[in-house]
Write a protein that binds this ligand. Structure first.
Ligand code: SAH
Length: 367
């Protein structure tokens, strides 16, 4: 059955991004090169350029015959991420980039350098369908899933910048990747898994990062958490809980109306059990909404005795939001009560707040 012609043309272009080397496994890269009329061994050559040296312009790949450069460039290195805006903060140790994708969609990534580690925060979707009311990305809805190469490309761009020595602190390497930019990574499951493989496969197949350095953050899509548990990866799971009780969580994380606190925590414990990895519980502290002492106690009771760490995030208010961050004394009391339950807890620093560091705010402004 085919749709009426006028409907087809009226529909917005929601095409797939063009294929890129980083979408492909090493076997697929060899096949793609043969299909382009090139020898299969070029797959390794190109992979070394891209994953080992962060090159994506075939003009700079001087070991390629002149005649092959355009063909390979067109076939495997289409431009996927065009920087629209770059902002730095924290004395140049935080770099935030807004990217325009091939179809005009905007996404963000943030590079954050700390003593001894560099974390890259990446987007997995343009927009997000999860509709959390305190999150800037959640307000606009989902535009589309990113491709694996669009995700990996954010990390490669960060790696290139860091290797060039342009980030404060001198040349360096990315040690951690967190899927805490725009989007719900587990709603783009297959692609995110393939991106994780590209990030963690040894050079030249991938970027050679440690799986333990990768954190996948989720609102709590229980079937996908269970699938991730079976995946055989040792990435860190972060669960955006934000409330210990269903009544409030139904409001703050609307997907809770489908999978309740008890269910999502069960899935998180199964993940911890399988991987022996500490699950990170994300909790944005919102003044007088979820920061009461009794909620800290309830959270402590539900988490005590598990392989867990709580990451408290002072709310970064979105424009027009009625909510704001907790008072310092309430934050301190929240921490104290969790500790009294024996639950490890840290308060996340607020890197890049002056450059709209939180979740989709910059892209929202740009759009
Ligand atoms: N969709 C995934 C990953 C993206 S958001 C998830 O929800 O986990 C990464 C983290 O930032 C989540 O814990 C999210 O709840 C939190 N966050 C979103 N908006 C925020 C804001 N305005 N202030 C503080 N944290 C926020």
């Amino acid at each position: 059955m085919s749709a009426p012609v006028d409907l087809v043309f009226a529909a917005p272009r929601r095409g797939k991004p063009p294929r890129h080397l980083a979408d492909l496994s090493s076997d697929e890269r060899r096949e793609a090169l043969v299909a382009l009329g090139e020898p299969a061994y070029r797959a390794r050559q190109l992979s070394t350029h891209y994953f080992g040296r962060y090159l994506d312009d075939t003009a700079e790949m001087t070991d390629l015959p002149q005649a092959s450069r355009d063909r390979i460039g067109d076939g495997l290195f289409p431009p996927l991420l065009t920087p629209v805006r770059t902002l730095t903060a924290d004395g140049g140790a935080t770099v935030k980039t807004v990217w325009r994708l091939f179809d005009g969609a905007l996404v963000e990534s943030v590079l954050m350098r700390y003593p001894g580690r560099v974390t890259m925060c990446v987007s997995s979707q343009a927009g997000c369908g999860m509709a959390c009311p305190f999150c800037a990305t959640g307000q606009a809805g989902l535009t589309r899933n990113l491709s694996a190469a669009e995700i990996v490309g954010q990390v490669v761009a960060g790696s290139r910048l860091l290797a060039s020595g342009e980030v404060a602190g001198g040349p360096g390497r990315i040690s951690n990747v967190v899927f805490m930019g725009m989007g719900e990574p587990l709603a783009n499951y297959r692609t995110v898994i393939s991106a994780v493989r590209r990030l963690t496969d040894p050079v030249p197949d991938g970027l050679g990062m440690s799986q333990r350095g990768v954190t996948v953050s989720t609102v709590g899509l229980v079937p996908r958490i269970r699938q991730l548990t079976e995946e055989g990866l040792s990435v860190t799971l972060a669960l955006s809980l934000h409330a210990p009780d269903d009544e409030l969580r139904d409001e703050l994380v609307p997907v809770n109306t489908r999978w309740k606190v008890a269910e999502v925590l069960d899935a998180a414990w199964a993940y911890a059990e399988q991987t022996k990895r500490r699950v990170s519980i994300e909790y944005a502290l919102i003044r007088d909404i979820n920061d009461q002492a009794w909620r800290a106690d309830l959270l402590g009771e539900k988490l005590a005795g598990h392989l867990v760490h709580v990451n408290l995030i002072p709310l970064n208010p979105t424009p027009g939001s009625k909510w704001t961050a907790s008072r310092p004394e309430d934050e301190r009391e929240f921490v104290r009560r969790l500790e009294a339950h024996g639950v490890p807890v840290t308060v996340r620093d607020t890197r890049g707040q002056e450059i709209d560091g939180a979740c989709g705010q910059l892209a929202a402004k740009e759009a």
